[in-house]
Design a protein around this ligand. Sequence first.
Ligand SMILES: [Fe+2]
Length: 145
Amino acid sequence: MQPSYYGGSKEQGFGVTILYEGTDYEILVETVCWLPGRGVTPNGHKNWGVVVGLDGMETNINWHRKDDGVKLGYAGLEVRNDVMLTCGQTRTFMPDNIHSVRNERDTSALSLHVYGRNLSQTGRFEFDPASKAVKPCPTRERSKG
Ligand SMILES: [Fe+2]
């Protein structure tokens, strides 16, 4: 594993290293390093994805959206289940899936992500289950691998 894949922004809570981006945004390959005790709020990807655990353990929480999506800025979510991802384990996403991630350990968790469209181009959303707010996903800090 490249040492450069580890580490990340303390503000963001994780680091993203781009390994490949299609010239027409048709595919994205990246590693994500989840800092100890950190994670990300529920988010969707609006395209297919595959994640492979490389090091450490990340907890993926799958969410179910209860509302019909008609009310702008509103989403009612409830937890569906948790999936632990360790080295060699995989998970897949379909466009409507919503998940959050948490690294509960005191060491970093590293995973490989492949998406069918560059996440910067999908117009995807992130969610706050407590306030039931939904908003555009912020641009992630990234580095080139
Ligand atoms: Fe995600």
